[in-house]
Design a protein around this ligand. Structure first.
Ligand code: DAH
Length: 332
């Protein structure tokens, strides 16, 4: 056994010394020193020795192993040193060159637009608030004066949960939560950005999940003129250019009067673009929010954020927004 050990160590040392590259070295190490290697299989024969020789043999194996491990480590270092020397000798390697830039993420185009809207309204003294994405039927519909027979309540448009709640179909229920939080004491000035959900067949202009921002301002003597002024200011800042806005009467159950607001670049005489829905908060909605319609008035608006981002970046399909596709995202 002793002689076999010596021969084995000799052969292993030769294999290590003869390894031409790091891969060959790894293979030699595995073959001689690995779990299924030669050295261990020799060690397993220890039981065949007379008991009084076993300890000495075990020590001899361990000593051989230590020598071989050292030889492997030394050879590995030699390879690394040679590699480094080759790199340094290569005149194309410039140790003074700055490292390549680290890959950095950036904000989603929708997040960029949302944050801009938030900045604008924070500057006007509005709060940015959050509301639940799973809503009660009461908050999503009834308390917003959307009657039971209204087509928007049809299961075509709304995701109903088994417990009778809904995935909110708009951010408008956050109006009510904001009013109730004010506990009868105006003013209320808030915006509420967030995800909304509709049971839609997705196509280039429809998604089951999209984004809105709701706005609400309530105080004594608040008028349509205040609303038009604030909304025009917001759109001007958001689009970075002077704009003309026009209010076109439109029915939304939770406002009276209600409007759609259209916009075009100032002085362009061009086509009007529909931007958002707005109006004076319906007295019933004020009452549901715990406010006295005889004492206060307010205006509200709801705007699609995806639409703004699509327009701004000339994106042709809404479905890109939630795609998570890096080929899309890395363009912004
Ligand atoms: N909730 C409406 C929608 O999703 C948008 C809207 C219209 C919100 C008028 C408002 C408003 O606050 O006053 O289509």
């Amino acid at each position: 056994m002793k002689e076999r050990l010596a021969a084995l160590a000799e052969a292993a040392l030769a294999a290590i010394a003869g390894a031409a590259d790091p891969v060959a070295l790894d293979e030699a190490e595995k073959a001689w020193l690995g779990r299924k290697g030669e050295l261990l299989s020799l060690m397993r024969g220890i039981g065949a020795l007379p008991p009084d020789e076993r300890a000495a043999f075990g020590q001899a194996v361990n000593a051989a192993r230590a020598r071989l491990d050292e030889a492997v480590a030394a050879r590995r270092e030699a390879f690394a040193a040679a590699h480094l020397a080759a790199e340094l000798a290569d005149t194309r390697f410039d140790p003074g060159e700055p490292p390549p830039p680290r890959a950095r993420g950036h904000l989603h185009p929708l997040t960029q637009v949302r944050r801009e809207v938030e900045e604008i309204f924070l500057g006007l003294g509005f709060d940015v608030v959050d509301g639940p994405e799973v809503e009660t039927e009461a908050f999503n519909f009834d308390k917003l004066n959307i009657p039971a027979h209204h087509p928007a309540r049809d299961s075509q448009d709304t995701f109903w949960l088994e417990n009778g709640q809904v995935l909110r179909t708009h951010t408008s229920p956050v109006q009510l939560r904001g009013m109730l939080r004010a506990a009868g004491r105006p003013p209320v000035r808030l915006i509420a950005p967030g995800r909304v959900f509709r049971n839609e067949q997705p196509d280039a202009t429809h998604e089951h999940t999209f984004h809105q921002v709701e706005g609400l301002m309530i105080d004594a003597g608040v008028s349509v003129a205040d609303m038009k002024g604030v909304l025009a200011l917001m759109l001007e800042r958001l689009l970075g250019r002077a704009v003309e806005v026009r209010l076109r009467p439109h029915y939304f159950p939770f406002v009276e009067p209600g409007f759609e607001l259209d916009l075009r670049p100032a002085g362009s005489g061009g086509r009007w673009l529909e931007m958002l829905g707005c109006g004076m908060v319906h007295p019933r909605v004020l009452a549901e929010g715990g406010l006295d319609p005889a004492a206060v008035s307010g205006w509200a608006f709801g705007m699609g954020l995806d639409r703004i981002a699509l327009t701004r970046y000339a994106i042709d399909d809404l479905r890109w927004m939630m795609s998570g596709d890096l080929r899309f995202l890395q363009q912004f």
